[in-house]
Design a protein. Structure first.
Length: 140
C-alpha cells in the first residue's frame, strides 16, 4: 500500500497481494506481468517487448538500451512511419546527428536477428513491419 498510493494518485493501475509478504508479492508479479505485454504480429513473427529484451517467437533477444528506445518508439505506433528526427529524440543522450539513429537501428536489427521486422522508408524514416492480416487497429 505504501508504494501503490503515489502511483494511484497519478492514475497508474496497481496490483496488491492479499498478504503483504514477499512470497505472495512474487506470485502476483509473475501472474500480472505477462498479461501486461502487448504482442505485435510483425513480418510473420510474434514479438513481445519486455524490459531490456524482446521475445521473438518465444526466443529471448537481449537488446542494447539505444535499440530498446528506438523499438519502443516504433511500437508506440506499429505500422506508422516514424521520422529519424523523432527517433533521434528518443535515443538516450541524443545529439543532433541523425547518423546516430542509423547506427542504433543497425545494432537493433542485429540484436533482433530478424532484420525485416523494421522497414526503412526512404527519405521518411522507419516503421515496424506490421502483418497486413492483423485484426488490430492502431491509431496515430
Amino acid at each position: 500500500p505504501l508504494t501503490a498510493l503515489p502511483l494511484e494518485r497519478h492514475d497508474v493501475p496497481t496490483a496488491q497481494p492479499e498478504r503483504y509478504r514477499l512470497g505472495p508479492l512474487v506470485q502476483l508479479v509473475a501472474l500480472e506481468l505477462p498479461a501486461r505485454v502487448r504482442s505485435l504480429p510483425l513480418a510473420g513473427h510474434r514479438v513481445d517487448i519486455r524490459g531490456h529484451a524482446v521475445i521473438i517467437d518465444g526466443v529471448l533477444r537481449p537488446v542494447p538500451p539505444a535499440g530498446m528506445s528506438l523499438l519502443r518508439t516504433l511500437a508506440h505506433r506499429p505500422g506508422w512511419v516514424v521520422s529519424r528526427a523523432e527517433l533521434l529524440r528518443a535515443l538516450p543522450g541524443a545529439g543532433s546527428d541523425e547518423h546516430a539513429v542509423e547506427t542504433a537501428m543497425t545494432r537493433l536489427r542485429t540484436a533482433l536477428g530478424v532484420p525485416k521486422l523494421i522497414q526503412t522508408v526512404v527519405k521518411r524514416g522507419y516503421r515496424l513491419s506490421l502483418d497486413p492480416h492483423t485484426d488490430e487497429k492502431y491509431d496515430e
